[in-house]
Design a protein around this ligand. Structure first.
Ligand code: F0G
Length: 457
């Protein structure tokens, strides 16, 4: 097979700063060993997130200039609305400034104190929004999804037996809706199969519980279904996405991912009464229903980006970049979540640096080592991010210590990935030198963003 090439060429460049090890050491010390506190310009390859960091196409830049900034009923809104309807088939479309705003509206309108929201895995903002509304956010990921090294095609699937158990335990009257996240970011960017979505819907229907899809990476998920699930090999990604959404009653979306935009989101639903209530909250929190939290030009950009994300050749290339890094790292024995997901490679920091105890944060050690070695910024998903304490206030380690290398869309070329692989290989070869860390300052909430660390001697 020939090399899969980037299905685009570059006509605008942005310089990146190449730094020395000494410079990076100073930068890390200045940032208290928390890469969230680094200056972005000091990160030569920034893999902190795939959210809002993508490159726009020439068609998106052209569409941006057509932005109609009318307060109500703009032309840009019409394009946005018709595109979102074409993809999701939902009757009501509400534009928001990003995904968490859609989650916030959903939770504020539908969730009451003491209720329960099941999900395959809640992303942190989803969990926070549900908990803020007083609900218990329950993760019901399938067993294989929790075993990093186990190869399975759909490790993002929900465990349907546990879903039935959850409904029995809490009662359907206490579950205002159930969510399913495609792809499952928290569990390694793993896909959910159509069969699983269908089965979840069937179980929920028996109890009149609505299904809400967290659709951030719906196009990447559609590609996985086409590649891995029987019966979809000749189906367009648009059609597959349409079927996924057909089982849902509502969906939340961050257009910063598969909208190929730098900002934006939406909430969609079929129910007229829900839509009415969502709209009232939208006006209060975001803006008039035909622009929500967005400028007209953003609506234009997203309308184009959503369709580009469903382009098959784009998805072939997108997944090839993730596979490319895996193929370079696998033969070296670098431990990672397998198979690799749609938007990122997740390294298994616990297996990478087994000499660092979980509560000395091996993920933070690995993130620091990768930055120091090559100026590459990635993120810990482990005991720091998911910081939990037991009833006595004693810190509890997370079940997994992962480090996510998230790939911005259409941004880095094959030589960037070669460099990335070389840097990780070097860190792997000197893994005994990876340090443990202790937290010397932590805020009350979301400590991974602003916490400060010190290396353990
Ligand atoms: N749901 C999932 C599965 C996500 O990955 C994200 C964002 C959101 C919801 C919230 O969307 O950022 O537009 O408000 N994930 C980013 C990440 C931040 O780095 O994975 P948002």
């Amino acid at each position: 097979m020939r090399t899969i090439i980037e299905p685009f060429r570059i006509k605008m460049t942005e310089p990146i700063k190449v730094t020395t090890r000494q410079y990076r050491q100073r930068a890390l010390t200045g940032a208290h060993y928390n890469v969230f506190l680094l200056d972005a310009e000091d990160c030569c390859i920034d893999l902190l997130t795939d959210s809002g960091t993508g490159a726009m196409s020439s068609n998106q830049w052209a569409a941006l200039m057509l932005g109609d900034e009318s307060y109500a009923g703009s032309k840009s809104w019409k394009k946005f609305e018709s595109t979102v309807k074409k993809i999701t088939g939902m009757r009501h479309v509400l534009p928001t400034h990003q995904g968490r705003a859609a989650e916030g509206i959903l939770a504020q309108v539908l969730v009451k104190k003491g209720q329960v929201i099941p999900n395959n895995s809640h992303f942190d903002t989803t969990r926070a929004n549900m908990e803020f509304a007083g609900a218990l956010a329950v993760d019901l990921l399938c067993a294989e999804g929790m075993q990093p090294a186990r190869i399975a095609p759909f490790k993002g699937n929900m465990d349907t037996d546990r879903l039935k158990g959850c409904i029995r335990q809490y009662g359907p009257e206490n579950i205002p809706f159930c969510m399913i996240t495609v792809t499952n970011n928290t569990g390694g960017g793993q896909p959910v199969s159509m069969a699983n979505i269908r089965e979840v819907k069937t179980i929920l229907s028996e109890h009149n519980i609505p299904l809400v899809i967290d659709a951030c990476r719906f196009a990447e998920n559609a590609y996985f279904i086409r590649e891995r699930e029987d019966g979809y090999a000749d189906t367009t990604l648009l059609k597959i996405a349409g079927e996924m959404f057909s089982y849902a009653d509502a969906a939340t979306m961050s257009c910063k991912k598969d909208g190929l935009a730098n900002i934006g989101g939406f909430l969609v639903c079929n129910d007229d009464r829900w839509a009415e209530q969502f709209k009232n909250m939208l006006i209060l929190r975001e803006g008039f229903p035909t622009y929500g939290g967005l400028a007209g030009r953003d609506l234009e950009v997203i309308a184009v980006g959503l369709m580009e994300a469903l382009d098959y050749d784009y998805q072939v290339y997108r997944h090839a970049t993730v596979q490319y890094l895996r193929k370079k790292l696998s033969p070296l024995g670098v431990p990672m979540v397998r198979p690799v997901g749609g938007h990122a490679v997740f390294l298994d920091a616990r297996a990478f640096a087994p000499h660092v105890p979980p509560l000395q944060y091996p993920g933070i050690g690995l993130v620091n080592a990768i930055y120091l070695e090559g100026g590459i910024r990635c993120v810990e998903l482990g005991s720091v991010m998911f910081g939990k304490f037991d009833e006595q206030g004693k810190e509890v380690a997370a079940p997994l210590e992962l480090v996510r290398l998230a790939f911005p869309r259409r941004v880095y070329t094959q030589s960037h990935f070669d460099y990335l692989a070389e840097v990780i290989e070097n860190v792997w070869n000197h893994r005994d030198a990876i340090n443990g860390f202790r937290l010397v300052y932590q805020p009350k909430f979301l400590r991974h963003f602003t916490g400060r660390f010190e290396p353990v001697e």
